[in-house]
Write a protein that binds this ligand. Structure first.
Ligand SMILES: C[S@@+](CC[C@H](N)C(=O)[O-])C[C@H]1O[C@@H](n2cnc3c(N)ncnc32)[C@H](O)[C@@H]1O
Length: 200
């Protein structure tokens, strides 16, 4: 996937490419390597509100939105497991919508953000608690606009919206991340749900 031209037509020479009326900005077209998404949910997410067709297919996400269908105007509450690596220029809007959705539906939502965000007032004032996953090393993103794109020069944090605040240090490239700690949780109607370790 890295280095491929994904449904973009022409290079306008200013970090933007266009297809019909849609303009793709270089800073928004950095894609997540699949091993990162698999780390959190190897069995797959069911919705990605900010993606392109190629990555949605690669991740095996059955429901998704792209810049053409605009994830920001969709209802995210019916989905159980949502993966978001938002377009850089709209990241705060996507996070705000994720928080709004979580507060209604309590679904499982992961949002990848620049780690610098954690030092901002905007993060401290977020209307939600979260589990923070701090990766060992930087994620090298895939440039959807081809070789002209270099991976962003900042580290990432993966924010899982939650009812309590917590932090976990993770090694995304470890071969078998945390496979020993199987735990169970009590679900609705006192049913017992076995949570596998990768259900983070
Ligand atoms: C940072 S990339 C992430 C792609 C993929 N979700 C991943 O994790 O690799 C963000 C994607 O969102 C798309 N995008 C931009 N604005 C959007 C919008 N309003 N609604 C849905 N997708 C949008 C961009 O074109 C880009 O492909």
């Amino acid at each position: 996937m890295a280095g491929q031209m994904l449904y973009v037509k022409k290079n306008k020479g200013d970090g933007k490419m266009s297809k019909g009326d849609v303009v793709f900005e270089k800073d928004n077209e950095y894609y997540t390597p699949k091993y990162v998404v698999d780390f959190f949910y190897p069995d797959g997410f069911d919705y990605d509100p900010a993606t392109c067709e190629g990555k949605a297919k690669e991740f095996g996400v059955p429901h998704y939105d792209t810049i053409e269908t605009d994830g920001l105007i969709q209802d995210w509450t019916p989905y159980k497991r949502i993966w978001i690596n938002p377009p850089f220029s709209e990241k705060h809007k996507f996070l705000a919508k994720a928080v709004e959705t979580y507060n209604i539906a309590h679904n499982t939502i992961y949002v990848l953000f620049p780690i610098e965000f954690l030092t901002t007032a905007r993060f401290h004032d977020l209307n939600c608690k979260c589990k923070l996953f701090i990766p060992r090393g930087r994620v090298n993103f895939e440039s959807g606009l081809g070789k002209q794109g270099k991976s962003p020069a900042f580290g990432s944090v993966i924010i899982k919206l939650a009812d309590e605040n917590s932090v976990e240090y993770i090694d995304l490239k470890a071969e078998k991340p945390g496979i020993t700690d199987i735990e169970t949780v009590t679900g609705l109607n006192s049913t017992t749900i076995e949570k596998k370790s990768w259900y983070r």
